[in-house]
Design a binder for this molecule. Structure first.
Ligand SMILES: [Ca+2]
Length: 225
């Protein structure tokens, strides 16, 4: 039983949700083609932040910024993007994406988040942006059960649209992804847990048969008296 109890302990520890990766763009000029995360998470690899082909880079210190956002509805090529990939034999469970954002006076008025899990088909979240140049902090997208136990990479795209002008800008800061990374059980580990269960079952079965045998012997003894 001891290995099974230890296995349970590991399972419980893996459920603790933590910040996996953050992009604070410290030292960025703002218009770089790509900019990496602050650090790599244990057991996974996070790609640098990039822009879709429909955008132009824009300077804005210590953030990641762009202009040329769609002045109409969402455009498939107007997005910020990053991805995260579990290492071999590891599994990712993602719970939420949190970010700060700010527009210029003629920047976007709406944004949304999509992911590669459904080929960027559906919004995971939608945000309307007021006609303000203030920073909105900790804008949160909750990630549902389809983001649990991922064993391959997932890309997030953050689309801005309804810009007041093509020259208007929009920037991200402090992009944070929360969740956990845990080892995928090896077939050999399944086999050992299954094997341990078989041994326990065999022991119970043997005791049961011994008891039944004892009862039979007792009954036959009574009959013979
Ligand atoms: Ca920053």
């Amino acid at each position: 039983m001891k290995p099974m109890i230890m296995g349970l302990g590991i399972l419980v520890a893996a459920q603790v949700q933590a910040q996996l990766v953050s992009y604070s763009f410290t030292g960025a000029e703002g218009g770089e083609a790509s900019f990496g995360p602050d650090a790599q998470p244990a057991g996974a690899w996070a790609a640098p932040m990039t822009r879709g082909s429909g955008l132009s880079s824009s300077a804005s210190a210590n953030t990641f910024s762009a202009s040329n956002w769609s002045v109409g509805g969402r455009d498939d090529t107007d997005y910020f993007s990053f991805s995260i990939q579990p290492e071999v034999s590891m599994s990712l469970s993602l719970t939420r994406l949190v970010l700060d954002e700010r527009r210029s006076g003629t920047g976007i008025r709406d944004w949304c988040v999509r992911s590669s899990l459904d080929g960027f088909a559906a919004d995971l979240s939608q945000f309307a942006v007021p006609d303000s140049t203030a920073t909105r902090a900790d804008q949160t997208t909750l990630l549902g059960s389809s983001f649990a136990h991922l064993t391959s990479d997932v890309e997030f795209r953050i689309y801005g649209y309804n810009s007041e002008s093509a020259g208007g800008t929009w920037r991200l800061d402090n992009v944070e992804l929360y969740g956990s990374v845990s080892p995928v059980p090896e077939p050999a580990e399944y086999a050992s847990v299954f094997g341990a269960a078989l041994v326990v079952f065999a022991c119970f079965d043997r005791v049961k048969r011994q008891r039944e045998g004892a009862t039979r012997n007792h009954n036959s003894l009574k009959e013979s008296i």
